[in-house]
Design a protein around this ligand. Structure first.
Ligand code: NAD
Length: 375
C-alpha cells in the first residue's frame, strides 16, 4: 500500500501529517511511504530524516496523488486535488464536514474514501487516534504562553524587598481538552485561575487542577454521549454572559475555548464586557477560527481595543509548536492505520460495520455513507 503525504498548501499551516517516527511505524507494517519534498520543513523534519527511516521523497505531487492508495494530510484538499486521486483510494485529514458539503460530494464523485479526523468517536478505543484532542491540548498550552508573552505584567506572585507583585488573574471559559491544559499551564506559571464550563463535571476537573470554579445556575445543560456540550438556549447564554462579565472585568487574561460540536461557537463575551476590562489585559480566543467566542475578535489577527484590551484571535494555535503538534498528530494517523491494518493483505481494511469507522468514514464506494451527511 502506497501512502503519500503532500506538503500542506495553506501558508498558515506549519504541521505535516507524518513525522519520521510515525512514517517508520507504517513502513514496518509493510506500507510504502512517500513524502513530498519539503513537507516536513516547517516542523523541522528535513527530507533526509524521512529517507533515513526508509521513506522516499518526491517533487511529483500530482503523480503521487494519482498513484497513492492512501493520502494523509492535515488540512482539507482543494476539489482539484481530490480529482487527481485514484478511484478506491483513501483520504484522511481534517475535513470540516459540517461546512463542506461540496467537498464531500467531490470525494463521493471521485470514488475516494474520505475519513474525517473531526468525526473520530470519543471512545476509549479511539483515543489514540483522536486528533482533535491531541491538537487542542497543545493549543491550550500555547494560548497561555502567548498571553504571558504579550503582557506587561508577570504571572507569579513575587515578594521582593521592593514590594509584592500580585499574581495574574486568569479566567478560562470552556474546560474541555484545551481549557484543562490552559488551566494547568497558567497554574504552573503561578497565576490565580478561575474557570467556567456548562458541563458540571468539567468544573470538578478544573478544581482538581487548583482552579476556582465559577458556578452559574443555568438549569439543564446536559452533554452528548460523546462528552460534548449541547447548545445553550438564548436565555441561558444571556445569564452566563452577565454572571461571567464580573470575572472578566477583574481578570488580566481571559482564554475562551468554548465550542459546540457541529455548530458555530457561541458568543460568550460581548463588547460591553471587553470595554469593562483593564488596559493591558488580554483575551485569547481559541474558537476564533470557527467564528469566535468574543465580540470584536478578528479571526487570524491580534487587535487592541480603544480601552487597551488585546484581542488575540490567531488561527492554528497548535501550529506554533509545530514539531510537537506534528509528533502527536502523526501518531494519531499511524495509530489509526495500524488499527485498521490487515496484516495478510498488507492494506487498510475499510469496514463500515466497525464502530470507529462508522463514526469517521464520510464517503465510500462512490457514495456519502455517513449518517449525518447523507442528506
Ligand atoms: P469542545 O472543543 O467541543 O468544547 C470545549 C469546551 O467548551 C467543552 O468543555 C464544552 O463543554 C465547553 N462549552 C460549550 N459551550 C460553552 C459555554 N456556553 N460556556 C462555557 N463552556 C462551554 O470540547 P473538547 O475539549 O473537544 O471535549 C469535551 C469533552 O469531551 C472533554 O472534556 C472530555 O470529557 C470528552 N472527551 C472524551 C474523550 C474520550 O473519551 N476519548 C476524548 C476527548 C474528549
Amino acid at each position: 500500500m502506497k501512502i503519500f503525504v503532500p506538503k500542506e498548501t495553506e501558508a498558515i499551516e506549519t504541521r505535516v501529517a507524518l513525522d519520521p517516527v510515525s512514517a517508520k511505524k507504517l513502513i514496518d507494517l509493510g506500507a510504502e511511504v512517500v513524502i513530498e519534498s519539503g513537507a516536513g520543513e516547517k516542523a523541522d523534519h528535513a527530507d533526509a530524516a524521512y529517507t533515513e527511516v526508509g521513506a522516499t521523497t518526491t517533487s511529483d505531487r500530482a503523480g503521487q496523488l494519482a498513484a497513492a492508495d492512501i493520502v494523509l494530510r492535515v488540512r482539507k484538499p482543494s476539489p482539484d486535488e481530490i480529482a487527481k486521486q485514484k478511484k478506491g483510494a483513501i483520504h484522511v485529514s481534517f475535513l470540516d464536514p459540517f461546512n463542506e458539503p461540496d467537498l464531500i460530494k467531490a470525494f463521493a464523485t471521485q470514488g475516494v474514501t474520505a475519513i474525517s479526523l473531526e468525526m473520530i468517536p470519543r471512545t476509549t478505543l479511539a483515543q489514540k487516534m483522536d486528533a482533535i484532542s491531541s491538537q487542542a491540548n497543545l493549543a491550550g498550552y500555547v494560548s497561555v504562553i502567548l498571553a504571558a508573552n504579550r503582557m506587561n505584567t508577570i504571572f507569579p506572585m513575587m515578594m521582593t524587598p521592593a514590594g509584592t507583585i500580585s499574581p495574574a488573574k486568569v479566567f478560562i471559559v470552556g474546560i474541555g481538552v484545551a481549557g484543562l491544559q490552559a488551566i494547568a499551564t497558567a497554574k504552573r506559571l503561578g497565576a490565580r485561575v478561575t474557570a467556567f464550563d456548562v458541563r458540571p463535571e468539567a468544573l470538578e476537573q478544573a478544581e482538581s487542577l487548583g482552579a476556582k470554579a465559577l458556578r452559574i445556575d443555568l438549569g439543564e445543560t446536559s452533554g452528548t454521549d460523546q462528552g460534548y456540550a449541547k447548545e445553550l438556549t438564548p436565555e441561558q447564554l444571556e445569564k452566563q454572559r452577565q454572571e461571567q462579565g464580573k470575572v472578566c472585568a477583574q481578570s488580566d487574561v481571559v482564554i475562551t475555548t468554548a465550542k459546540v460540536f457541529g455548530r458555530k461557537p457561541p458568543i460568550l463575551i460581548r463588547s460591553d464586557v471587553v470595554a469593562s476590562m483593564k488596559p493591558g489585559s488580554i483575551i485569547v480566543d481559541l474558537a476564533a477560527e470557527g467564528g469566535g467566542n468574543v465580540e470584536g475578535i478578528v479571526p487570524g489577527e491580534e487587535v487592541v481595543t480603544d480601552n487597551g484590551v488585546r484581542l488575540i484571535g490567531l488561527a492554528n494555535f497548535e501550529g506554533r509548536v509545530s514539531k510537537h503538534a506534528t509528533q502527536v498528530l502523526a501518531a494519531n494517523f499511524a495509530n489509526m492505520l495500524e488499527h485498521f491494518w490487515d496484516a495478510e493483505a498488507k492494506a487498510v481494511k475499510i469496514d463500515l460495520e466497525d464502530v470507529i469507522q462508522k463514526g469517521c468514514v464520510i464517503t465510500h464506494n462512490g457514495a456519502v455513507v455517513h449518517e449525518r451527511f447523507k442528506d
